[in-house]
Design a protein around this ligand. Structure first.
Ligand code: DSN
Length: 423
């Protein structure tokens, strides 16, 4: 093996797959709410030699020698996140959002403890108590949902369920909820029933960093997040909390849940925290919200029902039954993929269909906004999507939509052709 040989020489098969995915990323309009396009700087840090270092433990207390530089990297990442979000304690080691949540449950609770979260079918996450996930298997979850009429969280109902269930922890923050969340009201309820409040801010942490959504850090006992969604950083998780929980949370992540941290990705997280502290990022976060609102208005203008009647954040849910009672989310996502849009199907509140068919599409704007799209483009994409779905049997119309989407994708591609070349 020549250690300095390029991937294309060493492994043409993998090199070719990566090149093909660069082209795929360049040639679609991307509306998956949890995806984004990272900068070359993030990619260089995440693809760096820091991947080679084992460093179980935390800065200043490792189980391996040679950690003096990764200590500095991890401290830098933690300090930047503390400054960005106003957090007392930060843990940047979780490999993912799911492992951040697992680290919190392990660190602060006992197996079997009761947790109150929003159910998956109403916008929650697998790790908020799904019976097929460790959370639902190891902990006793109770659920609150959205109000059937407004499709928004009714804090009186959350209070009622919390009083009835007396959980040890309440989880707020979701994967498919398009409205602002009242963190102070959640904390009030948590205090009333003597529960901890954990906010899972994975989806909205980028908006919070850019000042486009209220910050839960001052209100919650603990906040978890991912760094690769709207945050636009290295793939991974993050935990923030009051200092008093730090020791227990450190232990919850390592050694309870994980072994060695991914130092290369911790460096990629440090880079994204620096990027998110800039005025450009603040403008980006505001534009995501403006784009989501504009696109939601455009599809509603075409007669599509949007869950809760709109959005305050980076995403919204289209109720496909307003296009055709028989159109499933899964079929709609496939049709849109065939005309140049990547998107995911999703249940909507009180969905009569199971999750693998679903009645909704979750539409997210972080990636398209990174590509430079503004209101006129996202409104056009919204109208084109509805046109394709309404005329899904008409190959002529589908071809026209595909041509229009390809042209928008080409104009707003995230990376130049052949990106990133050889770092
Ligand atoms: N898979 C993420 C999402 O798409 O929302 C959540 O983990």
């Amino acid at each position: 093996m020549h250690i300095d040989a390029p991937l294309s020489d060493v492994d043409p098969a993998v090199a070719s797959l990566i090149s093909r995915d660069v082209e795929r990323q360049r040639s679609f309009v991307h509306l998956i709410a949890s995806e984004n396009f990272v900068s070359r700087a993030v990619m260089e840090a995440s693809g760096s030699v820091l991947t080679n270092k084992y460093s179980e433990g935390y800065p200043g207390k490792r189980y391996y020698e040679g950690c003096e530089i990764v200590d500095e990297v991890e401290n830098l990442a933690r300090d930047r996140a503390k400054a960005l979000f106003g957090a007392e304690y930060v843990n940047v080691q979780p490999h993912s959002g799911a492992q951040a949540n697992m680290g919190v449950y392990f660190g602060l609770l006992d197996a079997g403890d009761k947790i109150l979260g929003m159910s998956l079918d109403q916008g929650g996450h697998l790790t908020h108590g799904s019976h097929v996930n460790f959370s639902g298997i190891l902990y006793d979850f109770a659920a609150y949902g959205v109000d059937p009429d407004t499709e928004t969280i009714d804090m009186d109902e959350v209070r009622r369920v919390a009083r009835a269930e007396r959980p040890k922890m309440i989880v707020a923050g979701y994967s498919a909820y398009s409205r602002l969340i009242d963190w102070a009201a959640f904390r009030e309820i948590a205090d009333e029933v003597d529960a901890l409040l954990m906010v899972d801010a994975a989806h909205i942490i980028g908006l919070i960093a850019g000042g486009a959504h209220p910050n839960p850090v001052p209100h919650a006992h603990v906040v978890t997040a991912t760094t690769h969604k709207a945050m636009r950083g290295a793939r991974g998780g993050l935990i923030m909390a009051k200092e008093e929980f730090g020791a227990a949370l450190d232990k919850g992540v390592f050694p309870n849940v994980q072994g060695g941290p991914l130092n290369n990705h911790i460096a990629g997280k440090a880079v994204c925290f620096a990027e998110a502290a800039t005025p450009e990022y603040k403008a980006y976060a505001a534009q995501i919200v403006a784009n989501a609102g504009a696109m939601a208005e455009a599809v509603m203008g075409e007669g599509v029902r949007v869950v809760s009647g709109g959005t305050d954040n980076h995403l919204f849910l289209m109720d496909l039954r307003s296009i055709d009672q028989d159109l499933t989310g899964r079929d709609a996502a496939g049709i849109l993929h065939s005309v140049g849009v990547t998107i995911n199907f999703n249940t909507i509140p009180f969905d009569p269909r199971p999750p693998y068919r679903a009645s909704g599409l979750r539409v997210g704007l972080p990636a398209a906004t990174t590509c430079g799209m503004r209101e006129p483009q996202v409104e056009e994409v919204g109208r084109l999507m509805v046109r394709a779905l309404r005329n899904r049997e008409d190959e002529g119309i589908l071809s026209e939509v595909r041509a229009a989407m390809v042209s928008i994708a080409a104009e707003f591609a995230p990376y130049p052709p052949g990106f990133p070349g050889r770092v």
